[in-house]
Design a protein around this ligand. Structure first.
Ligand code: SAH
Length: 346
């Protein structure tokens, strides 16, 4: 009878060290294996050449090494790369490499599908299948770092959790992945270069503040008026703007770090002066930045990007109130790699 082998990448370094001492071997073998698994991204035990053949055979008997596989890579006219990433159980998520003049940003997924129901987002139409494991998030980053070195001659510089899924609904695994990404025994990246984007789960925003995380926070706001926000992001009926704002005040009091709001302006939905004023009022309690994102149509015609005049009204009013504002052009639209377009369509 074959016993089920364990996923070795689910083990902490301490657990790996414990495995070796249990086997009557030296604990530091655990460190060696850990380094192979994370820093060197080993796909098999065979390559772990500083271990004896017997040790490698022993590991083989007990464990498997799960790895993602980039099934398909698409390149956009503007240089953006989209990876279709196959997980060990056959499910697929997407991640995106976004090159600019002096940065390479990885946009990674945190869940297969999404449990939220934002009306304007293609990912919301895929039902949530499962959370990604820490190694599956980490591997997306490693794959994009490799592509960045290969195609742009430079390492990855920034990471945004803006792919598929709601990162704060897979908080523990996202945190473990970020720990590995920032650890010297992982990729050694600075947490200041990482942004977690959330549609706003108040309880988890407070937890992040209590946990003293050092990465950046972005909130997908899209409207600062409850009735409107609930009509486009129905979970807002449960996680209301009052609770969201209270959690953000808590976050700012503890972290003193600026909050970024993502915001799309749609015709006939949130394009009046009243909408702008509500946004100013919502975010003035802390240093804030508003990213006005271009809408990427997801082909049902209900949502339309607002006029330039409406955008200008947002920019002017925000600036007059001392709020930093940027207008973001979409990247990778021709390959369905832009915000809200990730839907495993190929
Ligand atoms: N669940 C997280 C992260 C994924 S969405 C969150 O909500 O923040 C990443 C960003 O893309 C969010 O700001 C989201 O509101 C935005 N987005 C979703 N669909 C979009 C679309 N069709 N066009 C432009 N931006 C979109």
């Amino acid at each position: 009878m074959e016993t089920k082998k364990k996923d070795i990448r689910a083990l902490t370094k301490e657990q790996l060290r414990g495995f070796f001492t249990d086997q009557g071997d030296k604990a530091f073998r655990g460190n060696q294996v850990y380094e192979w698994l994370w820093q060197k991204s080993a796909h098999s035990f065979d390559v772990m050449t500083n271990l004896s053949k017997d040790t490698r055979k022993l590991l083989e008997e007990f464990f498997v090494i799960n790895h993602i596989r980039v099934d398909q890579m698409q390149r956009s006219k503007d240089g953006t790369i989209k990876n279709a990433v196959r997980l060990h159980d056959g499910l697929v998520v997407e991640s995106v490499l976004i090159p600019t003049a002096n940065r390479t940003t990885a946009c990674v997924s945190s869940q297969v599908g999404c449990s939220l129901d934002c009306k304007f987002c293609a990912t919301a139409r895929l039902k949530r299948m499962r959370n990604l494991n820490p190694d599956e998030i980490y591997d997306q980053v490693v794959a994009i770092d490799n592509e960045s070195r290969l195609y742009f001659d430079r390492p990855l510089s920034n990471i945004v959790f803006m792919g598929m899924g709601e990162p704060l609904m897979n908080y523990n695994n996202v945190l473990k992945a970020i720990d590995k990404i920032t650890s010297p025994t992982g990729l050694g990246m600075s947490p200041r270069r990482i942004t977690v984007s959330t549609s706003g789960v108040p309880k988890m925003i407070k937890k992040m503040a209590d946990d003293g995380v050092r990465f950046n926070l972005a909130v997908s706001l899209h409207s600062a008026i409850d009735e409107i926000r609930t009509s486009i992001m129905p979970f807002n009926a449960t996680f209301t703007l009052t609770d969201l704002r209270e959690s953000l005040q808590y976050w700012y009091a503890r972290t003193k770090s600026r909050i970024t709001y993502e915001y799309v302006v749609w015709e006939g939905i949130n394009d009046t002066q009243k909408d702008v004023d509500a946004l100013v009022d919502f975010c003035k309690f802390a240093p804030s930045k508003v990213n006005l994102i271009e809408y990427n149509p997801i082909d049902d015609g209900k949502f339309r990007q607002a006029s330039n005049a409406a955008l200008e009204r947002y920019v002017d009013t925000l600036e007059q109130n001392g709020i930093v504002v940027t207008v973001r052009r979409s990247r990778g639209k021709d390959i369905d790699a832009a915000c809200g377009q990730l839907a495993n369509k190929r």
